[in-house]
Design a protein around this ligand. Structure first.
Ligand SMILES: Cc1cc2nc3c(=O)[nH]c(=O)nc-3n(C[C@H](O)[C@H](O)[C@H](O)COP(=O)(O)OP(=O)(O)OC[C@H]3O[C@@H](n4cnc5c(N)ncnc54)[C@H](O)[C@@H]3O)c2cc1C
Length: 462
């Protein structure tokens, strides 16, 4: 192989959401890409795409899709979710809009359909070859050898690679190999909560039995149920519950305890789930993990990207969006350096890690917000005040949620902005009984003193 050809070829491990999209980006820049994927081809086999059935795609993910010309097609398969529909244990169901206007919302999309579309887009470039049923079982980084196991015939073999990117998800085999090296930092924090996917089937003629354009939440303090709409009129509901304690998965061991729990805690939705018992006892209980590791590379040969480098818990709806943003950033570096892969492999993690650490921490915080605070009076008051501030000072007050979900502002900047906003809100809400009574002069002064200089410094404009 000539040097030029070698320079323009790259191997990926994992054709999940991020690996497939990265393949599309690389193909656009004329790279020859080989992807090794342990699963069979999900376009030919009825297999689950793993983990959640549907997920929320927002600005960062859409921007990456737009860069490779896929945004419009993907959005045709998505359902806008304009806000949270909160189902409290007592009181009325209430709707909390996500965006500052009608144009800001998040989109529910099928994981499998998205993954299939990305694989097809990658392959149809003619530059990407996906090798299915090829599981990576090990790697010798010093001598550039990848060990592969063929899931169809049990044969093993070695593959010589020039440059390799691990896009093999949170349990990345590539990261495990890097972590064997002295001094490698790898923390994998398992949440003490699991999740279980359940189904709310469509109503007659594919109708939606609850509000279609919303993400439904049943916050219950230490646990919660959520539901996202699917194209066929169904909803995928996910129960997030501790593994141990009370209530917990360890208690829900019989149909009786399960139904009793659901009827007491989620009484409005339980009648909409005729297959609750079967789904609950058939579907696996998923685990959630936060990965923080460093470095993301070994010299200029191997690099991690997507969940392999920075898996996060799903409560900000950002894991995939963040992985897609990795692709945008990687592509920008390719453009800026004229395709200098050796320097990009070394630089990428150094640039990106502070932002992925920030979204990891915000995702954990958002879990507490979703399961607990969205039903809390003080929190709701602060949220209402925040909404007033956003409406009155649209260029100077942009909430952390909006920065994360509807902008490309770096995650670390959104994180720090949130800290300043918490200070402002807590000053404004002390002794406040109704959001409408908020002191707008004081609000203006606080925003101009504390938030605006920060936004100006980081050139935040959305
Ligand atoms: C319950 C839940 C809900 C979520 N909701 C959202 C959401 O609403 N919005 C959002 O943005 N994110 C969400 N996420 C996060 C999102 O799923 C991940 O961030 C995203 O899937 C990461 O993509 P990835 O390609 O890096 O990894 P993965 O999707 O895990 O893909 C990794 C691929 O590598 C393959 N692979 C693994 N090991 C090997 C091996 N040894 N050899 C070869 N191939 C291998 C796998 O088969 C897979 O195809 C959610 C996650 C969970 C758990």
């Amino acid at each position: 192989m000539s040097d030029e050809k070698n320079q323009k070829s790259i191997s990926l491990v994992g054709a999940g959401l991020v690996g497939s999209l990265l393949g599309v980006f690389l193909a656009k820049r004329e790279y020859e890409v080989e992807i090794f994927e342990r699963r069979p081809d999900m376009r030919k086999n009825e297999i689950s795409a793993g983990r959640s059935i549907n997920l929320a795609v927002s600005a960062r993910g859409l921007r990456a899709l737009d860069k490779v010309g896929l945004e419009k097609d993907i959005l045709k398969k998505a359902i806008p979710m304009r806000g949270r529909m909160v189902h409290p244990s007592s009181g009325d169901v209430n709707f909390q809009p996500y965006g500052r206007s009608e144009t800001e919302y998040i989109n529910s999309i099928s994981r499998a359909e998205l993954n299939k579309s990305l694989m097809t887009a990658a392959e149809s470039s003619g530059k990407v070859k996906i090798h299915f049923n090829k599981r990576v079982t090990g790697m010798d980084v010093e001598s550039n050898i990848l060990n592969l196991y063929d899931e169809t015939n049990g044969k093993t073999g070695g593959l010589n690679f020039k440059r390799l990117i691990g896009t093999d998800g949170s349990a990345s085999a590539i990261r495990y190999e890097l972590a064997k090296r002295p001094g490698y930092k790898n923390t994998e924090s398992l949440l003490e909560y699991g999740y279980k996917e359940l189904v709310i089937p469509p109503g007659p003629h594919g109708s939606f039995l609850m509000e279609k354009n919303a993400l439904h939440i049943w916050p219950r303090g230490t646990y919660m149920l959520i539901a996202l709409p699917n194209f066929d009129g169904s909803f995928t509901a996910t129960l997030f519950l501790p593994f141990k304690g009370s209530p917990s998965f360890s208690e829900l061991v019989s149909p009786f305890t399960l139904l009793d729990f659901f009827e007491k805690e989620f009484s409005d939705v339980t009648p909409l789930m005729p297959e609750l018992e079967e789904a609950f006892f058939t579907n696996p209980t998923g685990q959630m993990v936060t990965i923080k590791c460093s470095p993301w590379n070994f010299e200029d040969k191997v690099m991690l990207l997507g969940d392999a480098a920075h898996a996060i818990v799903p409560f900000f709806g950002q894991g995939m969006n963040c992985g897609f943003e990795d692709c945008t950033v990687f592509d920008k570096l390719l453009s800026e350096t004229g395709g200098d892969l050796p320097s990009i492999f070394k630089e990428f993690g150094l640039q990106r890690k502070t932002h992925t650490d920030a979204i990891a921490d915000m995702a954990i915080e958002n879990f507490i917000e979703m399961r607990d605070k969205v039903a809390d009076e003080k929190f709701l008051l602060a949220k209402k005040v925040e909404k007033i501030l956003q409406d009155r000072f649209p260029h100077d007050y942009i909430s952390r949620y909006a920065l994360v979900t509807f902008s490309q502002v770096p995650y670390r900047v959104a994180y720090d902005a949130g800290l300043i906003q918490n200070e402002i809100l807590s000053e404004l809400c002390t002794k406040l009984e109704m959001a409408e009574q908020v002191d707008l002069d004081k609000a203006r002064t606080l925003i101009l003193e504390k938030l605006k200089p920060f936004f100006d410094k980081h050139e935040v404009r959305i």
